[in-house]
Ligand binder design. Sequence first.
Ligand SMILES: Nc1ncnc2c1ncn2[C@@H]1O[C@H](COP(=O)(O)OP(=O)(O)OP(=O)(O)O)[C@@H](O)[C@H]1O
Ligand SMILES: [Mg+2]
Length: 226
Amino acid sequence: MLVLSNITKTFGGVVAVRNMSMEIEKGELVGLIGPNGSGKTTLLDVISGFYKPDSGLVKLDGAPLNRTPPFERAKHIGRTFQIPRIFSRMTVKENLMVVEMNEEKALQLLEMVQLSRLADEYASNLSGGQQKLLEFARTLMMNPKIVLMDEPFAGVSAPLIQRLSDVILQLNSEKKIAFLIVEHNLAALFKVCHRCVVMDQGSMIADGSPEDVSRNSQVIKAYMGE
Ligand SMILES: Nc1ncnc2c1ncn2[C@@H]1O[C@H](COP(=O)(O)OP(=O)(O)OP(=O)(O)O)[C@@H](O)[C@H]1O
Ligand SMILES: [Mg+2]
């Protein structure tokens, strides 16, 4: 479904992503891990269209996306951020309805992430974890085929990590939505992912089951530092 071919992205002299190729099938749950600065967020930004790669191609269902601007990609490729990007002076419900004026759908999604009772609160009154749930619910207003999540569990309480994980698994099994999830909390990530891709210094160094990659000596070395 989503195909990345030979993506390279540099910033000045820094090669943030080096010749990355990977494929994600419909309904796959893929983790993307690697040490700080290994290029994970940059790769998500290239897929979302925020950065144009120096070379390489992103394709969705066979169609190249080079000329597709971010707002068009967002209809199919959802995205959440390391720091949630929400409209803090709008209510929780309004945050969803900026995507589409469909109150029924907004309320259904808030029900799913268990934020219904906060629907009329200002978004700024939510905890960090609740803001991540809200941002996630907003991406779902678009009916995406895949959602890219950047550190969804960082700074989130254990009960909300559980709730977010449950919603990811539910959407994956019921709607066959695929996920590409960047995360440093490997214990939580491995509970939801079928497969895990590992980056180090911009390159892919492993791709396999969570068990396989966590035993991979190159991965262990990358995490330990040299
Ligand atoms: N806008 C930018 N301008 C210049 N350099 C950048 C920019 N964005 C990222 N980089 C550099 O690219 C490399 C990869 O950064 P990136 O943010 O993609 O890593 P990451 O794997 O997401 O790290 P973390 O786990 O800390 O979030 C780093 O060396 C970083 O300093
Ligand atoms: Mg990052």
